[in-house]
Design a protein around this ligand. Structure first.
Ligand code: ATP
Length: 718
């Protein structure tokens, strides 16, 4: 019997079970995989919870809401408190703002810091102070009492510290010299402040800018750490933080919230604090974004600035220096009064001196008496005074180079004019008996006494000096080119590459918008900078060129020598030159050990009463210019107490002083891991713990210790 052909429906019935099976398998797979995902997520959540509980430190929790507890002042209130921000009330000036003395309605004295510009950087500093310092209370930290935030006005209100800053106390002209006991207490206070920040806060806080101007002194001269503008909260699990990546995160939030709400809300933790829209943010955000695309970028900008200045210098040197420079002072360079010589001459003189260290060993004439010194000076190359050791210091060198670059541009450097004046006066003082008794710097008096007439009398002399000066300019220009142009051009080409990368890349909508704003505004910024530069400006690493404020105090210590005052306390985007740890200055991660390094520098500064870079008038003292190098050389020579401030005479505790210096040396080790942590540092200072082993290279070398005795022993043996 022929079989009946299968109908299509029967085919369907036959295919169904396989289809159903497939669906079942698929369903099973999906169920299993999703349950695996859920289980893993749950496990991860449990692990995270456990991790947080276990690692919850024994410290106080960091109170991010605390800023909201700060008093919010109105601008009018602060205006009244400071007598309309009267100049007479100015008690200090830093890189970011001016500090005024204010009187509250209840008669309490306040330190009111008005941020001078409105940019992303000042905004970041402002927010940092609110978010970090605002949430901390410690007897070793200056208390932030409140703030004012109205349109583009940013003001911070602190407790008033009657003895101002350690910077002023150590380096001001007054006769007041900090006693040893006070110095030691201040060292202890700063160490305890850092102990609180690193170990007492959860998460730990890294200050990032420990230096004398950020240590304020109360009525008893006890130190309190201030200025959290560059501080960072250490995020758990992170091995470090990059300043720009953090800023960028914050900036992106700022940017987003501005876009979404039309208001520039601050970080999410402080929704109550809001800032009005301002285009400056767009520009600076873009700038930060660009900077974040290369960790070296911030430096590159400065290098570019240097190039501009150098070019300016090159272009103008022949013509302008002749017209503007006034008098050359070649003779005074080698003369007695080195304090009055101009920077060019000084620099050439130093350069000559350094060359002699390098090649002719002229400094080591008395071979017998200075043999050891000769050995140590020989190894310092031409750039020994900024080279502390190793490649990590290159960033510092860059800063120094930039600064010098700015200094050798006579048309843009007001100090040249000042020195021109003082030289004019000097000519008078050197050559005319009636003026002999006059003090330097009294131009009106000089004019009254016939300065104009005398000036004519010395015209011939002047023209000779002008020629000398021109020669010297040229010599320095050539030296500068030889030494650094190669390095600088490499860097600027790197910057160009980055710029093209930047122009081509980053097509993300917000970023692109930011970029366009950035380029538009940056050109404006450059023009403005150039104008500022031309119009009697000064160079600051934090702000680039800025107008010189004659009343400026604090970080601008006009009493100091030209070189030191600029270099020792100017804040960059990444800390302050000479105080910043090599790994961080090298654009690395900001860690607790960076604060330890800065503390090491600070200890040396406090003990010695010198700035970290302190070029004195006498070129013979150049070996002491770099405090850290000098200290290391003294340590090798087994003579660290020579570092102690001469003004203390013998009135200090030698045991404590050598403990401090040796501790500083351990803090200044290149490898961050080798530096002690702040707990060890405090215990060592308290005498509760032995000094961590001083690095081998800074221990007195056997030849230095035993060299003499061996020589003595020889005759006996014979
Ligand atoms: N609370 C305060 N009480 C008394 N004086 C203060 C107070 N805060 C700051 N000053 C003075 O103002 C000066 C400038 O302080 P500010 O914190 O603005 O800048 P800085 O730390 O010197 O420099 P930068 O901001 O560039 O790091 C200080 O050196 C100090 O003399």
């Amino acid at each position: 019997m022929p079989s009946r052909p299968l109908s299509p429906s029967s085919y369907n019935n036959l295919a169904k079970p396989s289809f159903v099976n497939k669906t079942r398998v698929l369903f099973l797979i999906l169920t299993i995989s999703s349950s695996v995902v859920i289980v893993f997520t749950f496990l991860y959540f449990l692990y995270h919870l456990w991790y947080n509980l276990v690692n919850r430190s024994r410290t106080i929790p960091f109170d991010s809401n605390a800023p909201l507890k700060l008093q919010r002042f109105t601008y009018k209130e602060l205006k009244n408190a400071t007598n309309d921000f009267d100049e007479a009330n100015v008690i200090g000036k830093g890189g970011s703002g001016t500090v005024f003395l204010g009187i509250a309605r209840d008669g309490k004295l306040l330190a009111i810091k008005r941020l001078d510009t409105f940019s992303l950087q000042t905004e970041r500093e402002f927010q940092n102070e609110l978010q970090i310092l605002g949430g901390l209370r410690s007897p070793f930290l200056v208390t932030l009492l409140g703030y004012c935030m109205e349109r583009n006005k940013r003001i911070l209100v602190y407790e008033y510290m009657p003895n101002k800053s350690l910077q002023e106390m150590l380096f001001s002209d007054g006769n007041l010299v900090l006693k040893w006991s006070q110095r030691f207490e201040i060292i202890m206070d700063v160490a305890k402040a850092l102990e609180f920040l690193h170990f007492g806060c959860d998460p730990p806080v890294i200050h990032g800018d420990i230096k004398p101007s950020n240590v304020l002194l109360d009525s008893d001269c006890r130190g309190k750490v201030s200025d959290f503008g560059l501080s960072r909260i250490k995020v758990e699990g992170e091995f470090g933080m990059d300043l720009f990546s953090q800023d960028l995160g914050k900036s992106q939030e700022l940017w987003k919230s501005q876009e979404l709400s039309g208001n520039l809300a601050t970080a999410t933790e402080t929704p109550a604090i809001s800032t009005p829209v301002d285009s400056a943010h767009e520009v600076d955000f873009a700038l930060a974004l660009q900077a974040s695309s290369s960790s070296n970028n911030s430096r590159c900008y400065n290098v570019r600035a240097l190039n501009l200045n150098s070019l300016n210098y090159n272009a103008n040197i022949a013509s302008e220096s002749e017209v503007k420079s006034g008098n050359g002072k070649g003779k005074e360079v080698s003369g007695v009064d080195l304090g009055a010589v101009d920077w060019t001459s000084k620099f050439v003189a130093y350069e000559d001196e350094l060359s002699s260290v390098d090649h002719s060993k002229e400094l080591n004439v008395n071979a017998n008496s200075v043999n050891d010194e000769a050995a140590s000076t020989k190894q310092w190359g031409k750039d020994w005074w900024w080279r502390q050791d190793g490649s990590g210091e290159l960033c510092s060198k860059d800063y120094v180079m930039e600064w010098i670059g700015s200094q050798i541009c006579p048309s843009t450097n007001p100090d040249w004019d000042e020195e021109k004046k003082s030289t004019n006066e000097k000519i008078e003082l050197d050559n005319s008996t009636p003026l002999d008794n006059l003090e330097d710097g009294h131009e009106p008096q000089l004019q009254e006494l016939g300065f104009g007439k005398l000036e004519k009398g010395f015209e011939k002399k002047e023209s000779k000096w002008k020629k000398n000066r021109k020669k010297r300019h040229k010599k320095m220009q050539e030296w500068w080119k030889e030494e650094h142009l190669d390095e600088i051009s490499k860097k600027s080409s790197k910057l160009k590459k980055l710029e093209t990368k930047w122009k081509k890349g980053f097509k993300i909508p917000h970023f692109d918008l930011a970029r366009r704003f950035h380029f538009h505004r940056r050109n404006k910024f450059r023009e403005q900078n150039q104008d500022d530069c031309d119009a009697n400006g000064e160079f600051s690493f934090r702000r680039g060129w800025r107008k010189k404020n004659k009343n400026s105090m604090g970080s601008d210590m006009w009493s100091g020598d030209l070189f030191s005052r600029e270099l020792s306390s100017t804040t960059s985007m990444r800390g302050t030159l000479c105080y910043v740890a090599p790994e961080y200055g090298g654009c690395g991660y900001l860690m607790e050990k960076a604060d330890i390094y800065s503390l090491g520098v600070l200890i040396l500064v406090i003990v010695s009463g010198r700035r970290p870079l302190h070029v004195l008038a006498s070129p013979m003292k150049l070996e002491k210019a770099n405090l850290i190098s000098w200290c290391r050389h003294l340590a090798q020579a087994g003579n660290i107490l020579e570092l102690v401030d001469e003004r203390l005479k013998d009135d200090y505790n030698k045991e404590q002083a050598s403990l401090c210096i040796n501790l500083a040396l351990t803090c200044l080790q290149k490898t961050p891991e080798l530096r002690p942590d702040i707990g060890e540092t405090v215990r060592t200072l308290k005498g509760e713990m032995d000094l961590p082993p001083v690095p081998f290279e800074f221990s007195p070398s056997p030849s230095k210790l035993y060299g003499k005795s061996r020589r003595k022993q020889k005759p006996n043996a014979d």
